[in-house]
Design a protein around this ligand. Structure first.
Ligand code: HEC
Length: 261
């Protein structure tokens, strides 16, 4: 915005200073809709009236993501007026097939593309659906109902083999980004052992403090949950396999007794 004496402020600075948003203008000029310039800006345009409900394809998938945890994910809704970060996604849950749309609202989330439903009963099957509500209160239809059964953490027996059980998971989900060109490389056991930008990614026998395990969970020690472009992230079985492999000593070939009991 510019003042009548010709001094101008960058738009963000003007906003930070609490100036109302509007077109920059010079004193004496006319603004859109015949309004007049005041203090270097035109009066803000009235918001267009929203007549179109948001575009939302609904939930994509639900799958177990922890002990009694189900993760739901979806693509952010789009709207002609309300920005995606402001559109409310209303999630409903039922324990009978076809019952989710009629169930009470479980939670409403904004600006997220996933939701972890915690504290569920292991062995129970849950059905979910969702719809989106824009700033004008217009709602999309309910998308399809997705279904998942809550699980306990998988118990993996000792003896995980790196080459046949861990490397294939990396090949399928990680080497696209961690396959060359600097940073952590997960293309082989030798490369993994070189670590990443934060140092070693495994601490033998201690999955709780290993970055590799931490980055696969919902609360990574730094940065984002992996794979970076998830959800979907790894399955509960894949994460449990990686954790077991680290707990067993993180060796290329399983060696009983590598870790203290
Ligand atoms: C779409 C690209 C992408 C994919 C796929 C991906 N990553 Fe990453 N990964 C990144 C980026 C970018 C970083 C750095 C930023 C961060 O830490 O969030 C990173 C960081 C990491 C780190 C931290 C390394 C360090 O020391 O800084 C680990 C561990 C990791 N990824 C593991 C994995 C695993 C395991 C998979 C597969 C299950 C995976 N990543 C898949 C992009 C990706």
């Amino acid at each position: 915005m510019c003042y009548p004496d010709g001094r101008c402020l960058p738009h963000e600075v003007a906003l930070r200073a609490g100036s109302p948003p509007g077109h920059d203008c010079l004193h004496g000029t006319r603004c859109p809709r015949d309004a007049s310039c005041s203090n270097g800006y035109c009066p803000a345009e009235p918001a267009p009236k929203d007549m179109v409900p948001p575009l939302f394809e609904g939930l994509i998938e639900a799958y177990p993501d922890g002990d009694g945890v189900i993760l739901l994910y979806f693509a952010l809704p789009q709207d002609n007026v309300t920005p995606p970060s402001e559109i409310e996604v209303e999630i409903r849950r039922a324990t009978v097939a076809g019952g989710a749309a009629a169930a009470p609202v479980l939670i409403t989330v904004k600006g997220l593309d996933s939701f972890r439903d915690l504290g569920l009963n292991v062995g129970t099957t849950y059905y979910y659906t969702a719809r989106a509500r824009d700033g004008a209160g217009l709602v999309s239809g309910f998308g399809v109902e997705v279904v998942a059964t809550a699980r306990a953490w998988p118990v993996v027996a000792p003896g995980v083999d790196y080459e046949t059980q861990i490397q294939p998971v990396f090949n399928a989900r990680c080497t696209r980004c961690h396959g060359g060109l600097g940073g952590l490389q997960l293309s082989s056991f030798a490369n993994l052992s070189l670590g990443g930008l934060h140092g070693p990614v495994v601490v033998a026998c201690q999955p709780e403090i290993s970055n590799l395990a931490g980055k696969l969970g919902p609360g990574p020690p730094f940065g984002a949950r992996m794979p970076r472009d998830g959800p979907p992230w790894l399955s509960l079985d894949e994460v449990a396999l990686v954790r077991r492999w680290i707990a067993d000593g993180a060796e290329q070939t399983y060696r009983p007794g590598a870790c203290p009991p």
